[in-house]
Design a protein around this ligand. Structure first.
Ligand SMILES: Nc1nc2c(ncn2[C@@H]2O[C@H](COP(=O)(O)OP(=O)(O)OP(=O)(O)O)[C@@H](O)[C@H]2O)c(=O)[nH]1
Ligand SMILES: [Mg+2]
Length: 241
């Protein structure tokens, strides 16, 4: 048995990530094994046209069904519901949420866990915008968009978290379940609303610095429509709380 009997479930939503999935999976397995932690990686693939699920099945053969759990869905149903679907299948008492495109590096996993233990926190959120954190590989436009998105959210909603739009986080499972129920928005606002709700619900939150790199393979999906959607969602949230 691992120390303290903790188990970490990683929710990994994928859509067209066949090139990134093997690397991220291998790195995750290494991070957990090197630190003697009990874990499972739940891959939630939404019928990716590039055949990500086939790659996931091969990874399950390599690393075993105990560690790689496949929970595919029949179509692209969005990130918010992918997390709900994932958590319903999680058997750990802690849940990591991260992207599968290598923007979130598994080497930070031990930092999250160490920080969580320090104060028995409910939520640990990775931040690019605190000393030690950073962003690599983004052009000025993308950096500005992210900064402005964070600034707007922080000004309007003041949740006191330095990186609101990031999604590399560790949660106590029951806390995540409660927060997901309370969170209404979909799309890019989802991550931010989660932190606003966490504060409202008086959960304890701590941050760890992370460096974020641009996705390794594949195309970015952040366009004008997502930005407009974000601002609208932010406003709705502002009026709601
Ligand atoms: N299951 C599922 N996963 C999704 C969906 N949309 C995105 N993802 C995955 O969610 C993670 C984050 O999405 P990204 O497309 O990387 O979003 P982003 O980081 O804001 O933008 P870029 O990295 O610039 O493309 C990645 O692992 C995606 O493969 C979806 O509808 N369903
Ligand atoms: Mg990404």
């Amino acid at each position: 048995m691992p120390p303290q009997g903790n188990k970490y479930s990683v929710l990994l939503p994928t859509y067209n990530e066949r090139d990134n999935l093997p690397i991220i999976t291998w790195m995750l397995v290494k991070a957990f094994k090197d630190n003697e932690l009990d874990f499972e990686i739940i891959i939630i693939d939404d019928a990716s046209p590039d055949g990500t699920l086939e790659v996931a099945k091969q990874l399950q053969q390599i690393f075993g069904e105990k560690h790689i759990v496949l929970r595919p869905r029949p179509g692209k149903l969005g990130l918010g519901t992918a997390y709900v679907h994932g958590i319903q299948n999680a058997t750990g008492n802690f849940v990591f949420i991260m992207d599968a495109d290598m923007s979130h590096h598994p080497k930070f996993i031990p930092d999250f866990i160490k920080k969580q233990k320090e104060g028995n926190y409910d939520v640990i959120t990775g931040t690019r915008y605190a000393p030690g954190g950073g962003v690599h590989g983004w052009d000025l436009r993308r950096k500005l968009t992210s900064r402005v998105a964070n600034f707007l959210a922080d000004t309007l909603l003041t949740p006191g978290v330095s990186d609101l739009t990031g999604s590399f986080r560790l949660y106590k499972k029951e806390v995540l379940a409660d927060m997901i129920i309370a969170t209404k928005s979909k799309g890019y606002v989802f991550q931010m609303e989660m932190m606003v709700r966490a504060r409202q619900m008086k959960f304890s939150i701590a941050e760890v610095p992370i460096t974020f790199v641009d996705r390794v393979y594949g195309e970015s999906k952040l366009g004008a429509a997502e930005i407009v959607g974000y601002v609208k969602g932010l406003w709705t949230l502002f009026c709601d709380i």
